[in-house]
Write a new protein. Structure first.
Length: 262
């Protein structure tokens, strides 16, 4: 696959997706969203790839969000929606379902749509100098790519409303304190840390991981007792998988399990 605005590679069951527009702080325009969507669909559908890491090129920004200059030069949001409306912003923020885990390695600003992309991932690792925020109201917009709904689900409501209504930024350390970020590290350690998390995930049975993700996220929409008794596609697959036999067998034989992903 050939891309102009992102980098995409796969190694050792990990897919690496890098937003590659550092000259505009990795801001996202519709062509970049289209490429991100194509890459993440390829990751989702590749049986040999089990975890993805999303990051940005350079050391200044994960993504500064929507490329407002591009939007202004190409007829505004209405025309953008008419031409690219079926493509999720950033490829993964809305209308994209993937039960494989995705890790955000936030290497700088994660603002507006950039923060929405990070929140669409399952785990967020942030560089020490990273900043997060939903500044859309300051330019007459709202965090419409899931931010207004995801943020109150990720952190306490009053903290979420404070960020959504003021558009202010917070540091990586503050994001960690309020539970938005899993770990904060020096920039030089960012990708090694994200890869460490990915390798820890890879030590687990892949179908068990996907079943856990699906049940946890789908269950949020329901009261506990209802969620506990719902039927989840990947839980059904997990119950029928060969790996559910391999795991206990490897434990009994005091060896590492060999996961087949089936």
């Amino acid at each position: 696959m050939t891309f102009q605005y992102i980098l995409y590679e796969k190694r050792d069951r990990i897919a690496y997706v890098t937003i590659n527009r550092p000259e505009v702080l990795n801001a996202i325009h519709p062509p970049a969203s289209k490429e991100l969507y194509e890459a993440f669909c390829d990751f989702r559908d590749d049986p040999e790839c089990w975890v993805a890491i999303l990051t940005g090129a350079g050391d200044r920004a994960f993504s500064a969000g929507n490329d407002l200059k591009w939007t202004a030069e190409h007829g505004g949001l209405a025309r953008q929606m008419a031409e690219f409306g079926d493509i999720p912003f950033g490829g993964i923020t809305t209308g994209f379902e993937c039960w494989k885990p995705i890790i955000a390695a936030v290497n700088g600003y994660a603002l507006g749509g950039g923060m929405e992309m990070a929140m669409a991932c399952d785990i967020i690792i942030a560089a020490e100098h990273a900043e997060f925020g939903q500044p859309e109201p300051r330019v007459g917009l709202i965090a419409a790519a899931g931010g207004v709904h995801r943020l109150p689900r990720h952190i306490p409501l009053k903290l979420a409303m404070g960020l959504l209504l003021t558009g202010r930024r917070i540091t990586a350390q503050e994001a960690y304190r309020i539970g938005l970020v899993n770990e904060v590290v020096p920039l030089k350690d960012l990708m090694p840390t994200a890869e460490r998390w990915a390798r820890e995930i890879l030590e687990c049975a892949p179908l068990a991981v996907r079943a856990s993700k699906q049940a946890a996220l789908k269950g949020l929409d329901w009261p506990f007792e209802v969620a506990l008794n719902l039927n989840y596609e990947w839980v059904t697959r997990w119950r029928q998988a060969e790996d559910t036999i391999e795991g206990p067998r490897a434990f009994a034989e005091k060896r590492k399990p060999v996961w087949k992903g089936r």
